[in-house]
Write a protein that binds this ligand. Structure first.
Ligand SMILES: C[S@@+](CC[C@H](N)C(=O)[O-])C[C@H]1O[C@@H](n2cnc3c(N)ncnc32)[C@H](O)[C@@H]1O
Length: 364
């Protein structure tokens, strides 16, 4: 990727910090180019944290065992993210293989693409990688237009959200920064979560918090959010819901708790609540259902698919689709049990704790 400005071609200087320490996310440089600091990255990884601006891939060895990528294979990574899984797949399908990687995220996709292309070049085949901004719901059509209508040997979907999306405050994914509530993986499409929620009735908010987040205090959180939305209507200009408003709504729904576990209970509720809003805003379950419906057509005979899910609504759908495909002979083999992260991985990367991996093999 060129670092020059479009008009002069000269390298662009990093903006000078206002103080001795960068305060704003936009002033920090490691977050935007984490692979330039491999020593730093290794140190942070060893301390059990995710290096800024990157994402630690989950269950890598298990995903590779499920997918069995071989030299010459065609592979699809339906959720490129930082490219951790893609990099490992690429190393195994070269020489002779080809990797098609998708993501809906217009901010992170070009960065992951340049990392993967550099890897492909270092492995001797710069043309082996193609990255496309696309929703995996449309994978079947994409394969047709890429000349892969006969299907791919390997397909991976690692569902959900990346650490880069959560860590970037401008994207409104986390309660750790007080910013407008957005949560769109593709901020160029649809409406920010703050806008969507402000149009919903209390009952509708409560309903999706229960369905998509399994949130026991859904009614209380919905009532508190609705109150905030109403109060904002009288403000000029109107401020849309912020990430802190959601945190305050959770806080008020759990305010009766006095036990030592109160802060843990609130933290888990915050995670469930943000997850539910994110799934709603990105219409994630509809995309997954469409992907699962088309998956048999996207796999070549004998092709292997692996799907990593992070909550029960996703895993239920994968399990059901794989079982139905096995029963009607579409899949020759499907996982009987889910594969979970080892205690060591759970400790080193807390994101891996809810992960469930399932695999299916297309009949020949
Ligand atoms: C958990 S991350 C993937 C991490 C990746 N496996 C890695 O090793 O870095 C999930 C990614 O999927 C993308 N994503 C989520 N839903 C999508 C969809 N329907 N279509 C395409 N990409 C999607 C997100 O933008 C995010 O970058």
């Amino acid at each position: 990727m060129t670092k020059g400005t479009p008009d002069t071609g000269k390298p662009r200087r990093r903006p000078r910090y206002r103080g001795t320490h960068p305060r704003a996310f936009s002033e920090k440089y490691k977050e935007h180019d984490p692979t330039r600091f491999p020593g730093e990255r290794a140190k942070v990884l060893a301390s059990g944290k995710t290096p800024a601006g990157s994402h630690v891939a989950v269950l890598v060895a298990e995903v590779l065992a499920a997918l069995e990528p071989r030299a010459g294979d065609t592979a699809v990574d339906a959720t490129l993210g930082f490219g951790g899984h893609s990099s490992e797949i690429l190393k195994r399908i070269l020489p002779g293989g080809r990797l098609l990687a998708l993501d809906v995220d217009p901010i992170e996709l070009p960065k992951a693409e340049s990392r993967l292309k550099a890897l492909a070049e270092s492995l001797g085949d710069a043309g082996a990688v193609r990255c496309v901004r696309r929703n995996y719901a449309g994978l079947r059509k994409l394969l047709e237009s890429e000349g892969l209508a006969h299907g791919s040997d390997v397909i991976l979907a690692d569902l959900g959200v990346s650490s880069m999306q959560i860590d970037d405050p401008s994207r409104g994914f986390s309660w750790k920064h007080d910013v407008p509530l957005d949560l769109r993986m593709n901020p160029e499409r649809g409406q920010p979560a703050g806008v969507l929620l402000s149009r919903m009735k209390k009952e509708e908010i409560g309903d999706f918090l229960r369905r998509l987040g399994d949130e026991p205090e859904a009614a209380g959180i919905a009532a508190a959010l609705r109150e905030t939305i109403e109060a904002r209507r009288s403000e000029k200009p109107i401020h849309l819901l912020s990430t802190s408003d959601v945190a305050a709504a959770v806080d008020s729904a759990y305010k009766g708790l006095t036990s030592r576990d109160a802060s843990e209970a609130k933290k888990s509720s915050l995670q469930r609540t943000f997850q539910a809003i994110r799934i709603l805003v990105n219409d994630e379950l509809a995309a997954l259902e469409s992907f699962l419906r088309d998956l048999p057509h996207c796999l070549a005979p004998g092709g292997r698919a692996a799907i990593l899910t992070f909550h029960s609504g996703e895993d239920r759908r994968v399990k059901k689709a794989f079982a139905a495909g096995h029963a009607d002979g579409t899949y020759a083999e499907v996982s009987r049990e889910v594969v979970r992260a080892s205690p060591e991985e759970r400790h080193a990367n807390p994101r891996s704790r809810p992960a469930k991996l399932r695999r299916a093999v297309r009949a020949r």
